[in-house]
Design a protein around this ligand. Structure first.
Ligand code: PEP
Ligand code: MG
Length: 321
């Protein structure tokens, strides 16, 4: 089959031998969520809440937040919706949270770190998420961006607990958190790999610079090794207390169909992407068995360069030709 003739996504992500990998959507608003549901997304794997409030000079009220999050839940009744708390800073500045004069914003007070500089904003956001979740049927998971340490993960879990939110998780997008994933994940219930930032920080290459695109490539074997380490860390944390940690991917890597197969082979158990990628990723995933995906993952992981891994894997996926 050529790419042009791939069937529309039927709403159930799976390999050809029946290994389920829910395919979720990345969204920034209730409107996006409606479109994602129409495209067949099985749920939301990333609600970028900062997108709901970009351009605002002041913190949104709890009522405004309840309405924004409720609109997303509304589109996915009974489905999983992963809400990310405000990821302000660097490429997504919010005037009420971040300092525009920081010399190096990608390494600055961004994401979860803004809880130190602006205490209270995150607590109120969690309160709003809990209120919106309380009047909808979605299965609501909440995660913090830019977690670097086990202590930060523990602090976030305590804050979620205080708000009555039962499923706290973290984004793994800082190499330190991937390396320490067993300890980090032992503090929370799930992880979602943010491969955009994980690649930027692993390769020390600004994700906003097109001139560095060859470094900013999630096929870089160093990035894949950190993803594999995170899956292993999640399993190890689960072995200690008997609670399985879901480890998903919500960065752009999940929207690359060949890489989606590799991620599945590495043991990632959900893929969240821009809705327009769902049909291609769904079709390519359905063209391989889990053992084949594992074989391709081993090839990509063992490659010495990004190009080598990508070429070798794509060559073994006839559906992409
Ligand atoms: C990521 O870093 O991969 C991610 C999903 O978050 P964002 O692109 O919003 O930083
Ligand atoms: Mg990120």
């Amino acid at each position: 089959a050529s790419r042009g003739s791939l069937p529309a996504f039927n709403g159930v992500g799976t390999t050809s031998d029946g290994h389920r990998v829910p395919l979720l959507a990345n969204v920034g608003s209730g409107k996006d969520a409606v479109a994602a549901a129409a495209a067949g997304a099985e749920g939301v794997g990333l609600l970028r809440t900062e997108f709901c409030f970009l351009g605002r000079d002041t913190e949104p009220s709890i009522e405004e937040q309840v309405a924004a999050y409720g609109a997303v839940f509304e589109a996915f009744p009974g489905r999983k919706v992963v809400i990310r708390t405000l990821d302000a800073g660097a490429d997504k500045p919010l005037p009420f949270l971040t300092d525009a004069t920081e010399p190096n914003p990608a390494l600055g007070v961004r994401g979860f770190r803004t809880d130190r500089s602006s205490p209270g904003v995150l607590t109120r956001q969690l309160e709003a998420i809990a209120a919106a979740a309380g009047s909808h049927e979605s299965d609501v998971w909440v995660m913090a961006p830019m977690i670097s340490t086990a202590d930060e993960a523990a602090d976030f879990a305590v804050m979620c607990g205080a708000a009555g939110l039962a499923t706290p998780g973290v984004m793994i997008e800082v190499p330190a958190a991937a390396i320490m994933s067993r300890a980090v994940l032992s503090r929370v219930k799930f992880a979602s790999l943010g491969t955009n930032d994980l690649t930027q920080y692993t390769m020390a290459a600004d994700r906003q610079l097109g001139t560095l695109a060859s470094l900013n490539d999630p096929w870089q074997p160093a990035v894949l090794q950190l993803i594999a380490a995170t899956v292993a860390g999640g399993a190890a944390a689960g072995d200690v207390d008997g609670t399985v940690r879901s480890v998903g991917v919500c960065g752009e890597a999940a929207a690359d169909p060949a890489l989606a197969v590799v991620l599945t082979g590495l043991g990632v158990n959900t893929l969240s992407m821009t809705p327009r990628a769902l049909s291609t990723v769904g079709a390519v995933l359905a063209s391989v068995t889990l053992p084949q995906a594992q074989e391709l993952a081993a090839l990509a992981l063992a490659a010495e360069t990004a190009a080598e891994g990508r070429t070798q894997v794509r060559r073994k996926l006839p559906i992409l030709e």
